[in-house]
Design a protein around this ligand. Structure first.
Ligand code: ASP
Length: 438
């Protein structure tokens, strides 16, 4: 049994958090591969180490002294080391880094040091080996990860060992450090889990799993116990922020379960994400898995008598959006009208150009733009073949005086999507959560 475990910035923020990580890792011998982030914020006013490192680089670039910021970084890691009673030579590492900064250091290399220091300390604390990500996370020249080469390298390096790996960075084919995008330690963990065919990838953070709705909108939403990769994709697409976007691909490809856990509440099972579940034995028969939504959509509606009998009208209009680099997210249609739902932000710079071209190519009877639309999705694998779910949803919204501007549901019945006026966004999410969950 092998569990690859990744701890985020809040789990690495100070010595007290280090102690929790150690208890979690040592409580299960299967947790032999540990991936860590840089130290995160200890409280709302604190700074993430990675942000301080970016700041250092900006100072260097403009020829301004970064001594003050560097000192903050040094103090944080020296403080953790001393409070954990470790002997790790952080002074020597800091000195070497300082010398390299004098000589010239790339932004990627400098900001990767947050994870590097974290991993050195955690390896020492756990009594595991430090395994540098630059030895196995291999980028291609085009910036993509060379998965085969990376997996092969890690399989050799991690064989029979207990290791701590710094997240967030890897190496280019010509030997330079390159970082993933922000929050990328999630991806390092997923790559390690996939490379080593782990039984589970545990992603330890500061929440007890994915919540069924945004806690800023719904008071105390319940955590999701189990969610499929498809449902997660639906919820993330409409705005639920859970994991770094690229995280799920490596583990999903290998059918490895992903478990989101809370370092501050280690007994909580968190959220389990898998390709599919056998739900038959589950006590929890809730129809929906989650509710999420996004604001700021516009609907362009093109109406013309006889439009439905044109074989090319849809393609012609869609192509105009395509040529302007605006993707059409939903396209509900009437008999003689076609609607195109697009992100207002993406469409704004070219909206009039698009409308002009639609006017010219289609000569519609009317061309209308509806602004301030929000999209809300109710997602749930158990809605399939359950008559009455949409009825319940529409009735609940109707009873609460929420006018539905658009409806979309695919035949896989994984979600029901409604477009509402943005003024009704929060209340729509609350009404749907209350009627399906409470
Ligand atoms: N430390 C990096 C960041 O702040 C990567 C991570 O934490 O996942 O973006």
């Amino acid at each position: 049994m092998l569990k690859v475990v990744k701890f985020g910035g809040s789990s690495m923020a100070d010595a007290a958090q280090f102690a929790k990580v150690r208890d979690i890792v040592h409580s299960d011998p299967a947790r032999r591969v540990v991936v860590v982030s840089a130290a995160g914020k200890r409280d709302a006013k604190d700074h993430k180490l990675t942000d301080l490192l970016y700041l250092c680089h900006a100072h260097l670039q403009y020829g301004v002294s970064c001594d003050g910021v560097f000192q903050m970084i040094a103090e944080r890691y020296l403080g953790i080391r001393d409070a954990c009673g470790l002997k790790t030579d952080i002074e020597g590492e800091l000195e070497a880094l300082r010398a390299q900064m004098e000589r010239g250091i790339s932004q990627d290399e400098l900001v990767s040091r947050g994870e590097y220091f974290s991993a050195l300390l955690m390896a020492d604390y756990l009594g595991f080996d430090f395994l540098d990500a630059k030895l196995w996370v291999k980028f291609r020249f085009d910036g993509a990860i060379d998965k085969d080469a990376s997996y092969e390298a890690l399989q050799k390096l991690a064989q029979g060992r207990s290791v701590v790996i710094p997240g967030f960075y890897g190496v280019t084919p010509d030997g330079h450090i390159r970082t993933l995008t922000r929050g990328g330690s999630d991806i390092t963990g997923a790559l390690a889990a996939a490379a080593l065919d782990a039984d589970v990838y545990e992603n330890w953070t500061d929440v007890s799993g994915i919540l069924m709705a945004d806690p800023r909108i719904v008071a105390d939403p319940l955590p999701i116990e189990r969610i499929t990769y498809n449902e997660l994709r639906e919820l993330s697409f409409v705005g639920a922020q859970v994991l770094h976007e690229g995280t799920v691909f490596p583990v999903r490809e290998k059918n490895i379960p992903l478990n989101i856990r809370n370092t501050n509440e280690p007994e909580h099972p968190g959220t389990l994400i898998m390709e599919s579940f056998d739900d038959s034995d589950e006590a929890d028969r809730r129809l929906i898995t989650g509710v999420a939504g996004k604001k700021n959509y516009s609907i362009v509606t093109v109406a013309k008598n006889g439009l439905s009998s044109s074989v090319s009208a849809f393609r012609q209009i869609a192509e105009i959006f395509e040529n302007h680099g605006v993707n059409v997210e939903y396209a509900p249609s009437g008999v003689d009208s076609l609607s195109f739902v697009v992100s207002s932000e993406k469409a704004a710079p070219c909206l009039y150009a698009i409308l002009g071209e639609v006017q010219k190519s289609t000569r519609p009877d009317s061309l209308k733009v509806t602004e301030n639309i929000s999209i809300v999705a109710v997602v749930g694998r158990r809605m399939v073949f359950q008559p009455g779910v949409s009825g319940k949803l529409f009735a609940a919204l109707g009873k609460n005086d929420i006018n539905i501007r658009m409806i979309s549901q695919g035949p896989d019945e994984l979600n029901i999507i409604v477009g509402v006026d943005t003024k009704d966004f929060e209340s729509t999410i609350r009404v749907l959560y209350n009627s399906f969950v409470k």
